[in-house]
Design a protein around this ligand. Sequence first.
Ligand SMILES: [Zn+2]
Length: 304
Amino acid sequence: MQKYFFILLTLLLTVACSNASKKKSETEKPLLTVTIEPQRYFLEQLAGDDYSINTLVPPGTSPETYEPSPSVMIDLGKSAIYFRVGDLGFEKVWSARLAENNPDVKIVDCSVGIELMAGDPHDHVHDHGDHAGQDHISGSLDPHVWSSPSAMRIFARNMLDALVKTNPERAEFYRENHRHLSEKIDAVDSTLTALLTNAPSRSFIIYHPALGYLARDYGLRQHSIEFEGKNPSPAQLKELVDLARREEISTIFVQRGFDLKNGEVIAREIGAELFEIDPLRYEWDEELIGIATILSRQRDEQTD
Ligand SMILES: [Zn+2]
C-alpha cells in the first residue's frame, strides 16, 4: 500500500513539475549561458540577436567567493548551450550539476584546442580544493586564457562551431559575424604588440594571476601576490619585495573584487604604482588595451 502511495506521489510531482516548466514565456528568445562577461562580448557579436545571453559571474564580483543567484542558475538550466571558459573550478562543479539536472543543455568547453600553460608553481597553484564558488582548481593549468588575443581566436572559433551545430539554418550569418569578430581580435593583437614591444619593464606584479597568457604572448613576466590562492605569508611577501627590487618592477595590478591591501603594502615598499584592473569586464578589448597602456606608460616616467 505504502509502495503505491509513493508511486502516486512521484507521478503527481512529475506532472506538477512539467506543468511549471511549460509556463515559461514562449515569446522570449532562446537562451545561451556563459561563465564570465568577456565571453558575452564574443558571443553577442557571433550570435547577433538570435539569443539572450545569461552570465553566471556578474562583473566586479570576486570569483573566489562567488555563488550564482538562483535566477541565474534557472536560466542556465533553460539554455540551449552553456559555454564554459574551460577549467575554472566552479565550472566543473556547475557543469556536473547541470549535466545531472538538465541533460538537454549542451556544454561547450571554449578552451578546447588552446595550448594551456602550467600555472607557475611558485606564483599560483590552482589547488583550492573542491569547493563550489571558488575560482579554479584545475590542478596546475592556468585557466585565464581570455587575456590572450591569440587564444581568443581559438575560443571564438569554438563558440562559432557550437552555434552552427545548434542552429545550422543560421550558419552563414554566424560565419559572417565571425569574420568581423576575427578582424577585431587581430586589431587588438596589433595594438597590444605596438604598446608592449618596447615596454621597458618586462615584469609586473598582480594580486590574482589573471594575465599569464598576456605575459606569455608579449614577452612579459607575471608575478602573483596571491600564493596558492591565499594571502601570502610575511616571508613570501618579503621574497616578492626582493624580487620586485631585482626586476625593477614599477607596476602592481589588483583585480577588481579582490583586496587591495597587500598590493598597497608592496607598492609602498618598492615605490611602485598600484592599478585596479577588471579582467572580468564585458569590454574585453578596452580592458586589455588599458592594461597594456599602463605597462607601456612606464617608459615615459623612467626617461623623465
Ligand atoms: Zn582567476
